[in-house]
Design a binder for this molecule. Sequence first.
Ligand code: AMP
Ligand code: GLY
Length: 427
Amino acid sequence: MKILVIGGGGREHALVWKIAQSPLVEKIYCAPGNPGIGQLAENVAIRVDDLQGLLAFAQKEQVGLTVVGPELPLSLGIVDLFEEHGLKVFGARKNAAFIEASKAFAKDLMKKYDVPTAAYEVFTEVDPALAFIDRIAIPVVIKADGLAAGKGVVIAETREEAVATVIAMLSGKTFGNAGARIVIEEFLRGEEASFLAFTDGKNIVPLASAQDHKAVFDGDKGPNTGGMGAYSPAPVVTPAIHERVMQEVMRRTVDGMAAEGRPYHGVLYAGLMIDGDQIKTLEFNARFGDPECQPLLMRMKSDIVPILLAVADGDISKTKIEWHDKAAVCVVMAAEGYPAEYRKGDLIAGLEQAAQMDELFVFHAGTMLREEKCVTNGGRVLGVTALGATVKEAIERAYAGISLINWPGVHYRRDIGRKALGRDTIA
Ligand code: AMP
Ligand code: GLY
């Protein structure tokens, strides 16, 4: 079978890497892909938002399954378009991907179906939003309603910062149209986890647990990014928490979406805040997390292709996923300046040396080729991902890989996975 993967980041490199191991696959295309992906698949120069171009390509090449990585094409309706033309596609339809595309919709859904989440209000006008800011405890969390690449959330530590953020978002200055509506919500303490599950709209098959690191600096300091590293399993998700998340978050959400006439097919990602035995849902994403996908797929033992096909066919009642009994850690290497404006075009040294290491894989995110050499071309450049018998071992291997790779201005967190230590369950 021919498979088309849509996207060109670290998540899509991990998907292509995993799909390439399937005996069911004869050829993989990736649009637009990146140089790392190009070693496993044929990169096709079509943008992720060129839905008609992608459709024409899939038809011409008789692609048997299309796998959609990022949220943008999902929110534009790529799955609906491919299905209308009888093509098999893995991903959420437009009306289901709305759970990520509108935070206000997601919050209202959670309230209606009793999914635990932070107290909140939605605003489109400055005055009532400021009146609410006056009444609510500080710190307070202010979120742009629409898609903002993981950066549309501000945790205001003072009332002045909260007022300035509300005004900047609602006036359209910071996030354009995505900020025309905002959610203001209670600040939650605790430890985050990423909980992903495949669903066909009825059945739910969870993936292994994972934890992201959103802030740019060690100790969760500094502004939020798309994610600076991730590991799996995340011991904060104990078996008891797992069971409750399945019942209180995933089951209620999947049933709620079906009841709303928005049946959810694809992978559903719940961002959670866990504090003792309290679980709250921070957000939903309609796709695999990036970088969570990288460690998750390195740990996945099962062939992923039959799973993706079962989801696309709308029946995962017989799907089971086996996992390697190892931990995986992904550390993101970023370009100088990221998550603000960043440098591009720097030569990346050490990729060949890192490729020699066992149980380690370097997923490309923001790279491009210049005179056949890899140079930086994005904020998040590489995701160095390693397996280990324990999280500790996987951390050590990932950082050993990182020590081989370099370019001017590179930065990365040095504490990825540290929260798991002392809680490590795979020993
Ligand atoms: P979101 O895109 O809604 O997941 O928010 C991005 C990040 O902001 C989350 O991963 C958290 O680190 C942080 N965050 C969001 N909502 C809250 C909240 N209510 N309390 C504390 N931190 C939050
Ligand atoms: N790593 C967080 C996300 O993919 O949204």
